[in-house]
Design a protein around this ligand. Sequence first.
Ligand SMILES: *Cc1c(COP(=O)(O)O)cnc(C)c1O
Length: 461
Amino acid sequence: MNHLRDIPSVDALLQHPRADDLQKRFGRSLLLSGVRSVLEDTRIQLVQSPDKVSLDVEFLLEQVETVLVRWVAPSLVPVINATGVILHTNLGRAPLSPQAIRAINETASGYCTLEYDLTRGGRGSRSVHAEMLLQRLTGAEAALVVNNNAAAVLLVLTALARRRGVLISRTQLVEIGGGFRVPEVMAQSGAKLIEVGTTNRVRLEDYEDALHSHPVSLVLRAHHSNFRIIGFTTEPSLKELVELAHRHNLPLMDDLGSGALLDTARFGLAHEPMVQESLAAGADVVCFSGDKLLGGPQAGIILGRKEWLARIKKHPLARAVRPDKLTLAALSATLIHYLKGEAEQTIPVWRMIAQTPECLRERALAWQTALGSGEVLASLSTVGGGSLPEETLPTYVLALTVQKPNAFLAALRKCTPPVIARIEEERVMLDPRTVLPEQDSLLLHHLSNLLQNQKRKEATS
Ligand SMILES: *Cc1c(COP(=O)(O)O)cnc(C)c1O
């Protein structure tokens, strides 16, 4: 029977030859923490069941190794997205183009002109990089990039409407997901929410009435995001809202959410409001995400009239939500794809949207052939990311019939890289639309292993 006093000392473990190797791999300090943690666990186990605990130094060091490997394993790892949801918020939304990835690499590995003007040989501004591209691309007078669109909305409202009224339709008081609720962001900014109309209907006269009875500093239109109102509904057009705001000398802000630069209707989807349209309708400030339909890095993009952007840029909060050099590098590379007219071919999000059902069917059939298993079925992919609610893209999936679909999904998540798939009608569905072509062989490798394990289990049971 073991006693607490029999537990080896920290030094006994550290002096064992095996500890040298662990120290080389993990460093002295982490090794020490690992040893202490394992000895502490051993102490607890010993008190609970003195006979079942091994106090062998080699055995304990093996446990230390297991602990250390776990401690240094990153939790943010790449996965294979076989869900068919293109802008999967939980899986990091938009994958970047090779050019954007190269730009990140080059910028990250050394110094760069983040805030340096090469012509003058002195201090420059980090905001010029994406701003010039955005101006050229959209014709906007001015632009500002921040960390994400939630920060963009917060910043604009704080800079332009703090302690003053903001008009917004009740149809647009939505929660976007992940706790982003328009009324709450507005409260954070210090702006006073003035609700107009009803949940399903709002008319221009409702806005007029509100303008006459409240002090207002801004009119906000927010995209409904992942929510759609159908049936008995009315909302004034953006153009009408712009005219109304300008009649009262107020700016109109349009939170587009996704902010498409290409027309989604060209791909058989509903038409997602576009950045260019919003600016053409006269919106004074337009904001949208960098990692939704733009297909770039996480960012919030604010475009619009110079006078308003100048006030936004000057606000102290702008400094707190400014983007880093890696974001600016990737965003610039992404915007250049649009400028060159090659976005559809080079930006992964658009490539995925543009894939034809025939191509997808061929890929699913190739998977089926390689695995000698499953069935190729017509199914539906979605865009996700709060854009185009209920809109789907026809696809073909590989459907695997397995004994325990949930256990199979769990086993897929344990692979390296983990594979994320979905279950429909008791079958495991894998959608090629969101699987990057270079991931095909790894995916098939994992699937074939798991299917073989399954066969083996069936044979023995
Ligand atoms: C997604 C979304 C946001 C938040 O954008 P993030 O880039 O995720 O911060 C804000 N407004 C609308 C309408 C959205 O769809």
